[in-house]
Design a binder for this molecule. Structure first.
Ligand code: 5RP
Length: 229
């Protein structure tokens, strides 16, 4: 899907931004368009304060002179705008394809509203076609991996588990210093149960299921941007 369509979705989310808002800034190629457009508004005098969900987004926002803060200074945000890897009809999401899921979830949970921007290729009937990112502590990786594999079997995963970056001999390290295991499900039939089973494993830091967190999605199609709520 073209960058132009992602930008159209980002522009719709921008129309929800009001002066004085405290914003969470997402991560990824679609969120990047939103930050770009927000930078133009800030240059034109819009007063907002933002919390980025990754070091990459922080760098982009700094280059655009967007005022930044953190969740120590601001304990609540008005709105977070972020991308997604999958969106189901109930606006449940898979996120973390870009590896920023932990900060993205912390920021979204601290926000009164989470608006997702995406192109139509991200919409699915059921989550799980996109491999579910699971962020894990480096300590005890083998044991954590074994425990996750048991959860995958219990939940009928159709594929295995891959350490992100392992094939290239360069494991991906998150902004928090953790590793990511990508779990290949095919279809996740019980996302809530899967979420709690994964979080029960001590080495799991967080996973990319964002359940009942998103209040609205702007989905760009070749015929225009659809608003899903
Ligand atoms: C990063 C994310 C991204 O929002 C997700 O991967 C979508 O990215 P893109 O807009 O580039 O398709 O969750 O951790």
């Amino acid at each position: 899907m073209s960058e132009a369509l992602k930008r159209q979705a980002a522009a719709m989310a921008l129309s929800e931004v009001r002066p004085g808002m405290r914003l969470g800034l997402g991560t990824g190629s679609t969120a990047r368009h939103f930050v770009d457009l927000l930078g133009e508004k800030v240059a034109a005098g819009l007063d907002v304060i933002c919390v980025p969900t990754s070091e990459a987004t922080a760098r982009q926002a700094q280059e655009l002179n967007i005022p930044l803060s953190d969740l120590d200074t601001l304990d609540r945000l008005d709105l977070t705008v972020d991308g997604a890897d999958e969106i189901d009809p109930g606006l449940n999401l898979i996120k973390g394809g870009g590896g920023a899921l932990l900060r993205e979830k912390i920021v979204a949970a601290a926000s009164d509203a989470m608006v997702v921007i995406a192109d139509a290729s991200k919409c699915v009937e059921a989550l799980g076609r996109f491999p579910l990112p699971i962020e894990v502590n480096r300590f005890g990786l083998g044991a954590t991996r074994h425990a996750i594999e048991q959860v995958l079997t219990h939940h009928g995963a159709q594929g295995g588990l891959k350490l992100r970056g392992e094939e290239a001999g360069n494991p991906f390290v998150t902004d928090g210093g953790h590793l990511i295991l990508d779990a290949f499900f095919g279809r996740i039939s019980q996302p809530e149960a899967l979420s709690s089973d994964l979080l029960n494993i001590p080495g799991v830091v967080q996973h990319g299921l964002f359940l009942k967190m998103c209040s609205k999605a702007y989905v760009a199609t070749p015929n225009g941007v659809e608003e899903l709520k």
